[in-house]
Design a protein around this ligand. Structure first.
Ligand code: GH3
Ligand code: MG
Ligand code: MG
Ligand code: MG
Length: 317
C-alpha cells in the first residue's frame, strides 16, 4: 500500500494535517494509517491509551484523534476524559473520533459523555471515516482561526498601535492592579507622568508623520529605561505613564532622570532629520494604602505641570 505524507488535498504547499490513530490492534492500526496517509494526512500512531495521551498532551500534537475504546491500561474513553479535563479548549481543541466495536446505545452515550466529538462502530466504512475526519479537521481549523482572532483582538485592546506600549485603558487597569497589590503588601509604588516638550512644534514644522516617528522613538527610549516588571503606557497624544512597583522616592527620581537623559541625550534620527527632543517628567510615590488612582495621577500631573513651568527638560517629584 502507498504511504504518502505530502500536501493536503486541494491545498498543495501547506503542511499536511496531522491525525493521531490509537489502537492496540496492530492490523487495525496499520490499516488506518494506510488509509489516512492515502487521504494525505500525516499519521501518528499509538498502541495504547497512555501513549495516545502522551502525544496529545504536547502543545504541538495532532488536533484530530481517532481512538479505539478498548485498549490495555488507559482506554480510549479515559483518554477523552483526560483531554477534556487537562487540555484547555480555549487554547487548543482536540477533535476526538471514538472508533470501537462497542455498539449499544448506552455505550455510544457514555463515549460521547466522556468527551468524544464523534463515534463510529467497527467494522467501519472507509468513505464514512474519510468524511468524518474531514469534519474534524474543519472544526479544528475553525477553532484555530477563532483563537488567533481573539488573540489579535486582545493585542489590539491592550497595546497602543503607534508605539507598542500599553494603551490608556490597559495602563489604568495596570495602575489599579498595582495599587491593590501595594496596599495588600504594604509596599511602595512610584508613578511617572512624561510629556514631550514643545511637541506641537515638531508636528507644525515637520508634519505628523515625523511627529509619529518621534513618538515611537520616545516610547522606545522610555521602555528601554525601565525594568521588565515596570509598566509603560501611552495615556494621551504625547503623554506617557510609567508605573514603578516597589520604587521609593529616590528610585523614582533616578528612573525619571534616566528617562529624561535617554530622551534628550541623543538626537532622534528619522530618515532625513536629526531632531533634538526633550521631555518633562512629574513623579510621585505611594506608601501602603489610602490613595486612589485618580489622586496619584493628579499628583504626578501637578508635578509635571511644575516641571513645564520651571523650564521643561526636567524632573519634579
Ligand atoms: P509642552 O511642552 O507644553 O508640552 O508643549 P506641547 O506642544 O508638547 O504640548 P501640547 O499639549 O500643546 O501639544 C501636544 C501636541 O501633540 C498636540 C497634538 O497635535 C500632538 N499630538 C497628539 N497626539 C499625536 C499623535 O498621535 N501623533 C502626532 N504626530 N502628534 C500628536
Ligand atoms: Mg482495542
Ligand atoms: Mg501634552
Ligand atoms: Mg507636550
Amino acid at each position: 500500500m502507498r504511504v504518502e505524507v505530502t500536501g493536503v488535498e486541494g491545498n498543495a504547499g501547506a503542511p499536511p494535517s496531522r491525525v493521531l490513530v490509537a489502537d492496540d490492534d496492530r492490523t487495525t492500526r496499520a490499516m488506518l494509517k494506510a488509509m489516512l496517509s492515502r487521504w494525505r494526512y500525516e499519521v501518528h500512531t499509538a498502541s495504547d491509551g497512555l501513549e495516545a495521551w502522551e502525544i496529545l498532551r504536547r502543545p504541538n500534537s495532532p488536533r484530530v484523534a481517532v481512538l479505539d475504546w478498548i485498549m490495555p491500561g488507559m482506554d480510549g474513553v479515559d483518554v477523552c476524559r483526560r483531554i477534556r479535563l487537562e487540555v484547555p479548549a480555549e487554547e487548543r481543541y482536540i477533535y476526538i473520533i471514538l472508533l470501537t466495536a462497542k455498539t449499544s446505545r448506552e455505550e455510544i452515550v457514555a463515549g460521547l459523555e466522556a468527551g468524544a466529538d464523534d463515534y463510529m462502530v467497527k467494522p467501519f466504512d472507509a468513505s464514512e471515516l474519510q468524511v468524518r475526519v474531514r469534519i474534524g479537521q474543519r472544526i479544528v481549523n475553525l477553532h484555530s482561526e477563532l483563537v488567533a482572532a481573539r488573540e489579535a483582538l486582545r493585542i489590539q485592546a491592550t497595546y497602543d498601535g503607534l508605539t507598542g506600549l500599553l494603551n490608556r485603558a490597559a495602563t489604568l487597569d495596570t495602575l489599579h492592579r498595582e495599587l491593590s497589590r501595594t496596599a495588600r503588601e504594604e509596599a511602595v509604588l512610584g508613578l511617572l507622568m512624561i510629556d514631550i516638550d514643545h511637541f506641537k512644534r515638531v508636528n507644525d514644522t515637520y508634519g505628523h508623520m515625523v511627529g509619529d516617528e518621534v513618538l515611537r522613538a520616545c516610547a522606545h527610549r522610555i521602555r528601554a529605561s525601565v525594568r521588565r516588571y515596570d509598566a509603560a503606557g501611552r495615556v494621551g497624544g504625547e503623554e506617557f505613564l510609567v508605573i514603578l512597583p516597589g520604587a521609593d522616592r529616590e528610585t523614582v527620581q533616578a528612573v525619571a532622570e534616566r528617562i529624561r537623559e535617554h530622551i534628550g541625550g541623543a538626537p532622534i534620527e528619522t530618515e532625513t532629520l536629526q531632531l533634538n527632543i526633550t521631555a518633562s517628567l512629574g513623579g510621585t510615590t505611594l506608601q501602603g494604602r489610602g490613595v486612589s488612582a485618580d489622586e496619584l495621577i493628579g499628583a504626578a500631573d501637578r508635578a509635571l505641570y511644575r516641571a513645564k513651568e520651571e523650564g521643561r527638560n526636567r524632573v519634579v517629584l
